[in-house]
Design a protein around this ligand. Structure first.
Ligand SMILES: NC(=O)c1ccc[n+]([C@@H]2O[C@H](COP(=O)([O-])OP(=O)(O)OC[C@H]3O[C@@H](n4cnc5c(N)ncnc54)[C@H](O)[C@@H]3O)[C@@H](O)[C@H]2O)c1
Ligand SMILES: [Zn+2]
Ligand SMILES: [Zn+2]
Length: 392
């Protein structure tokens, strides 16, 4: 089959690789009909994520049609249309039983390696380095899905792929970020990043009762989408001082809830911390550029909440712990507990409350994925979100 493979920093290609096969009785194989390119994939493209190997298949936002099923699979069968969560969960360990799916204890075969870096291993993830299991990803013609009965979300209506694909990651991710922000009715919520994840944070903040949403970015069309689809006010961090503007907008108190939907590759302007990050990252002295995380802590109102869906990788430095402690902030973060949110959010889509396809700007064939990665990374051609359609 054809698959999008990683070959090094800035180098992804469509290769011909062996088709996936069932490996255990709980697996299914799907023929991929749609796959997203995610901001998390950019951390791989840009070489921020260690333990990648040449030839690794990328992609963790996937849906398709079941073409083969292991003998123990009960809930889905050949011909079913399914959306696949990016986190792989077993459904029966201590964490899965508590609904903490992204913390599944059994699905990362390289758990010992992850535990060395993090203390404990998170769940296995599709297409996201050997540190999280080395599972081949879904930017491919076919995908093997372990624990199919636990993960697959069956789509029984005729909703098109573009309306349900993002149940695989970014809609639940934005929704969990808003939930983690502990929004109370009428709160002012500041969202850093108007990428696809930021857009779903904005949508979800309203669902949790926000009174006002302020979104921060510098890419004109992304900020415009935050204003139109997201009904947010916007701040351009290259033109306005984010701290001063947010304080002014909130009468000096600061936003009640701050969401970092940027993560490890924040751009900074002016701030000395951002310059240090850039230099250190360039010579591999830091794993992350944490400008936004620092700014969110600094801007947040006292006793407010900082929610971090943005991905961090290793050991970002100069986190203002003094401000965090003395202002009495709460921080919540994590890979998304996908399985908890997929069905309820599908019901919201079916009810017509939201159409997640509003973020899509590009629909590409799998063969066009390498140029798609670069267009998405460089924010060229108005690109906000790419949907790949293998088989077209
Ligand atoms: N927690 C999870 O489970 C999960 C799931 C999916 C994605 N993510 C993460 O969410 C983050 C965003 O993903 P995305 O797909 O939207 O990525 P993206 O790269 O498309 O968007 C990031 C946005 O942040 C903006 N930005 C950069 N520096 C900024 C700054 N200083 N202030 C404000 N905005 C700034 C960029 O201009 C861009 O529009 C990534 O780190 C990704 O890895 C996490
Ligand atoms: Zn993703
Ligand atoms: Zn588990």
């Amino acid at each position: 089959m054809k698959a999008l493979c990683w070959h090094g920093h800035g180098d992804v290609r469509v290769d011909t690789v062996p088709d996936p096969e069932l490996k255990s009785p709980g697996d299914v194989i799907i023929k991929v009909t749609a796959a997203g390119i995610c901001g998390s994939d950019l951390h791989l493209l840009d070489g921020y994520m260690p333990t990648m190997e040449s030839g690794d298949i990328l992609g963790h936002e996937t849906m398709g049609i079941v073409v083969d099923a292991g003998s123990e699979v009960k809930k889905v069968k050949k011909g079913d249309r399914v959306v696949i969560p990016f986190t792989i969960a077993c459904g029966s360990c201590f964490f899965c039983k508590k609904g903490l799916w992204a913390a599944c204890d059994t699905t990362n075969p390289n758990a010992a390696m992850a535990a060395k870096v993090m203390g404990h291993s998170p769940a296995g993830l599709f297409g996201y380095s050997h540190l999280t299991g080395g599972y081949p990803g879904g930017q491919a013609e076919y995908l093997r899905v372990p624990h199919a009965d636990v993960g697959c979300l069956k789509i029984e209506s005729d909703l098109p792929d573009e309306k349900v694909l993002f149940l695989s990651d970014i809609f639940p991710t934005g929704y969990m970020a808003a939930e983690n922000a502990e929004i109370e009715a009428g709160d002012t919520v500041a969202v850093w990043g108007c990428g696809p994840v930021g857009q779903f944070c904005i949508q979800s903040a309203w669902m949790f009762g926000a009174g006002r949403v302020i979104a921060i970015d510098h890419v004109a069309e992304r900020m415009a989408l935050a204003r139109t689809a997201g009904r947010a006010e916007t701040i351009d961090f290259t033109k306005q001082d984010v701290y001063e503007t947010l304080q002014e907008m909130t009468g000096g108190r600061g936003p009640d809830r701050c969401i970092d939907a940027v993560g490890a590759e924040a751009h900074g302007t002016g701030g000395i911390d951002a310059v240090i990050d850039k230099v250190k990252a360039a010579v591999s002295l830091t794993t992350d550029r944490a400008h936004v995380l620092r700014q969110a802590i600094y801007c947040c109102r006292k006793a407010g909440t900082v929610s971090v869906p943005g991905v961090y990788i290793g050991f970002p430095d100069k986190i203002p712990m003094g401000a965090f402690m003395n202002k009495g902030l709460t921080m919540k973060t994590g890979q998304t507990h996908m399985h908890r949110y997929m069905r309820p959010l599908l019901e919201r889509i079916q009810a017509g409350e939201i159409d997640p396809s509003f973020v899509i700007t590009h629909r590409l064939k799998l063969e066009q994925a390498p140029e798609g990665y670069k267009t998405f990374r460089d924010k060229k051609d108005g690109c906000i979100k790419i949907m790949l359609q293998p088989g077209t």
